[in-house]
Design a protein around this ligand. Structure first.
Ligand SMILES: [Zn+2]
Ligand SMILES: [Zn+2]
Length: 432
């Protein structure tokens, strides 16, 4: 039992670990002759208390694995933070570069139940006459589902990634134009980098939150030119977001085209770590993006977080009529050969969106992979420090692992629950 508990505690609370069969052997190597010598360390799955090597699932979604999603959220927080104030290989000067936080929305597809704000932030009645409570499940759902443009809503999600790419090209062009440069020579003077995350609104439309930063020609390592201000960047973002347009398919004689909604919020990020009235701090931005990085479409679809195999599965799901209609529309459109590349059936559970949830440009900051490698390296060093034999010798590692399944047995799950949660949330604010 204690041995099994020790193995389980190594999972840090992961509830769907990957089970592997196989072994890992470390041999000493004679540095003069190159001969392979004694076995220094042997790890075989059969000798492990659980009968398998258990590896964290590393799923990003909170609904799939709360513990792994928490690790992902923290990594994303650090990734965004290092792009804002330096650290993890990013110079601290980036904090002085112009940075904004921008939110890009979807256009309207028909009136939905909402909470319009009156003067002094009072909530006025919705068009249906009701003053909706913040928790009201009707919020975001269409006033009239029969006239709501489900086809355009699903197709918008399916084109949102392409629209973002178009925007990211345009924003560089707009920055160049304002600096009196051509787009081609802009990289000799300045670089525009970003990190973005997708979020589902209650109505099931994807929108994007992004940190956008201007650096000098070598990214974060060089100061931006004097003309590069947060005002210029904001202005360029507005122009690029308005101009970005992606042509969609023609369906039953209707030509679809996609653009961002008129609501575009761009705010300068302040360095100071205080949260004044309208001040947007680095911590708040990083926490906000990190939170959405661990979510899928569940704001709109509840517990549905995996692809459907058959449309009939929809009947058994406890989801809103609106989500059901979005999914059904994606499924129906997914049968069309001319829309095959949108893979709408495979992505019906995501209401048509098949893009990455969080993406960043190469120069923004470190990568999630680098953070994971650093963590694994740190663990390895700790283990080596405990066992100085492996620290001195040159070793050869031979390993062979095969997939043996996923998850914990009932007993393991029960034991795992008795363990203290390994993860807290200290030092990283979460924001409502
Ligand atoms: Zn996990
Ligand atoms: Zn209403």
């Amino acid at each position: 039992m204690p041995a099994l508990l020790r193995q389980l505690s190594g999972l840090g609370g992961c509830t769907h670990p990957i089970r592997l069969d196989g072994h890992r052997t470390e041999h000493a190597v004679n540095t003069r002759t190159g001969e392979i010598g004694n076995v220094l360390h042997h790890l075989g799955s059969a000798d492990l208390p659980a009968g398998h090597l258990l590896v964290r699932c590393n799923n990003r979604r909170t609904t799939r694995c709360a513990a792994c999603a928490e690790v992902y959220r923290r990594d994303t927080f650090h990734l965004i933070t290092s792009g804002l104030r330096g650290g993890k290989g990013v110079p601290e000067q980036v904090a002085a570069h112009p940075r904004v936080f921008a939110t890009f929305t979807a256009p309207g597809f028909g009136p939905v139940h909402n909470r319009p704000k009156g003067r002094a932030r009072t909530v006025r009645p919705c068009r249906c006459g009701v003053v909706h409570d913040q928790e009201d499940t009707a919020l975001g759902t269409p006033l009239n589902p029969d006239t709501y443009d489900y086809e355009a809503a699903v197709l918008w999600n399916a084109h949102a990634g392409a629209l973002w790419r178009r925007f990211s090209t345009y924003v560089r062009r707009e920055v160049a134009k304002r600096a009196g440069l051509t787009q081609r020579i802009l990289p000799d003077y300045a670089r525009v980098s970003f990190a973005k995350v997708a979020e589902y609104q209650k109505r099931g439309a994807v929108h994007f939150h992004a940190v956008i930063r201007i650096d000098g020609p070598d990214g974060g390592y060089t100061p931006p030119p004097a003309w590069a201000t947060a005002e210029l960047l904001t202005d360029a973002i507005r122009a690029a977001a308005t101009a970005a347009r992606v042509d969609g398919p023609v369906i039953d004689g209707r030509a679809h085209a996609f653009a961002f909604g008129r609501q575009l919020d761009v705010r300068t990020i302040r360095s100071a770590d205080f949260d004044g009235d309208q001040e947007l701090t680095e911590r708040a931005v990083a926490a906000y993006i990190a939170k959405y990085a661990t979510k899928g479409a569940e704001t709109a679809t509840g517990a549905l977080d995996r692809p459907l195999k058959f449309i009939a599965e929809l009947a058994q799901l406890d989801i809103s009529d609106h989500a059901r209609r979005m999914i059904r529309t994606a499924w129906t459109l997914g049968a069309r050969k001319d829309l095959a590349e949108l893979r709408l059936r495979a992505w019906a559970h995501m209401l048509g969106f098949r893009g990455h949830f969080s993406t960043k440009s190469r120069r923004y900051s470190t990568t999630l992979g680098a953070l994971r490698t650093a963590r694994a390296e740190w663990r390895r060093m700790q283990a080596a420090a405990e066992d100085d034999q492996t620290a001195q010798d040159v070793t050869l590692v031979l390993a062979h692992w095969v997939y043996a399944g996923t998850g914990l047995t009932d007993t393991e799950a029960w034991l795992a629950e008795t363990l203290e949660p390994a993860l807290g949330t200290e030092g990283e604010p979460t924001r409502g």
